[in-house]
Design a protein around this ligand. Structure first.
Ligand code: ATP
Ligand code: MG
Length: 159
């Protein structure tokens, strides 16, 4: 099904707005102001983006989170950048693994079991896409979800 990824990401952002506000985090959506359509399962994409944005809110204590959508000729990219606690190089390769959590002691009070990103990865790969992360401990993280076979607009398709 053809889904407007801009609207989808914006809606997920809106859903997490109250949670971010409660923590005093500025959560903003960077609207590219062009529709980016992709052939995806809408509910599964909502889950992917929700998992990533919920992590950003959970692992950020101050500052901001920016969610945005980027367009490329053959793919749509949804990114989520935060100014949170970040992930060290020794943990970074494993965060998409099932049940992996960076700080085991933290898990007791921050909730979660370490499934969110592994599910997100599986769902993205089911769409022939990929999900990657860049992060620096103490500085923040950026997650990028790339979904192929998207097109910018109907005009583009008809051109
Ligand atoms: P669950 O998603 O199952 O509720 P979780 O959030 O701990 O639990 P994942 O979403 O799979 O599990 O994330 C795995 C681990 O990666 C987290 O426990 C956390 O240590 C780290 N992590 C994920 N996103 C971020 C982020 N934005 N900033 C810092 N660390 C992160
Ligand atoms: Mg999570």
């Amino acid at each position: 099904k053809r889904v407007n990824m801009v609207k989808l990401a914006e809606q997920v952002c809106r859903n997490f707005q109250p949670m971010a506000r409660n923590k005093g985090i500025r959560l903003r959506f960077n609207n590219p102001n062009v529709p980016c359509y992709a052939e995806v399962d809408r509910d599964k994409m909502v889950q992917v983006v929700s998992n990533v944005v919920s992590n950003a809110v959970k692992y950020t204590n101050e500052g901001s989170i920016t969610v945005g959508v980027g367009w490329q000729p053959e793919a749509t990219i949804i990114y989520c950048q935060d100014t949170g606690i970040g992930i060290g190089p020794q943990d970074l390769p494993y965060v998409f693994n099932r049940l992996y959590r960076v700080d085991k002691s933290r898990s007791r009070f921050s909730g979660g079991v370490g499934l969110g990103l592994s599910i997100a990865k599986a769902l993205v790969e089911a769409h022939d896409g990929n999900i990657e992360v860049e992060s620096e401990l103490g500085t923040g993280s950026i997650f990028r979800i790339t979904i192929p076979n998207a097109y910018k607009s109907m005009t583009n398709k008809l051109a």
